[in-house]
Ligand binder design. Structure first.
Ligand SMILES: [Zn+2]
Length: 209
């Protein structure tokens, strides 16, 4: 089957992470086979997704307005989490993975991407300004003792870690009691954090330095 609507949907699904042309076509055929009620529920959920979602003012994690009324996500507003630790990750999914591993008691910050090597405007690729502002505020309050850079183990991840360190070290000059650490290399090269299992993450956290 080929029509503009069909091709448009295929083109959309191909943009999804990890989806190739064949899978994209399977998805469209699957939608075609759905009964009207299910399809309506599906399209309604999609159209409400952006409208209902909000991004945490502090860490950038996405959550839903129905869940709670505040400006902060559940993690940032949880007084039982360890506010002395701040873990910087690439994306929402990494937070989910680390939360599931039950190995980290602290707070998060979502960078929103990685910096491509030799990129001309790295600060625009990631939420750098927000991160630096947050860290400055936390340092002033005297609670923050460690910033853990937990990015994927690949060349872009390494490059981004170096880039962040350059900025963070400038801020940390006046705060010798706050350190920067990087996850231990229990994670194998090329591993994306979101695909790491809980045991590996626990070890990588234990061996951070
Ligand atoms: Zn948050």
């Amino acid at each position: 089957m080929s029509s503009s609507i069909f091709d448009q949907l295929v083109a959309m699904f191909i943009k999804f992470p990890g989806i190739g042309p064949r899978q994209a076509r399977r998805f469209v055929y699957f939608l075609l086979a759905l009964d009207e009620q299910s399809l309506n529920r599906f399209t309604e959920s999609i159209s409400l997704l952006k409208q209902k979602a909000r991004q945490c003012d502090r860490c950038g994690y996405h959550f839903f307005k129905d869940d709670q009324g505040g400006q902060l996500c559940r993690l940032c507003s949880d007084p039982n989490r360890d506010h002395s630790l701040l873990m910087v990750v690439e994306k929402d999914l990494d937070v989910d993975t680390i939360k599931r591993s039950d190995s980290y008691p602290g707070l998060f910050f979502i960078l929103g991407g990685l910096v491509p090597i030799l990129d001309k405007e790295p600060a625009k690729r990631i939420r750098l300004a927000k991160l630096l502002n947050l860290i400055k505020t936390e340092l002033k309050s005297g609670v923050l003792t460690e910033i853990i850079l937990a990015l994927s183990v690949n060349s872009e991840g390494d490059y981004t870690i170096d880039y962040l360190k350059q900025h963070l070290q400038l801020i940390l000059v006046d705060y010798p009691n706050t350190k920067i650490s990087v996850l231990g290399r229990g994670l194998s090269t090329g591993t994306e954090l979101e695909y790491s299992d809980s045991e590996t993450l626990r070890n990588a956290l234990k061996n951070r330095g």
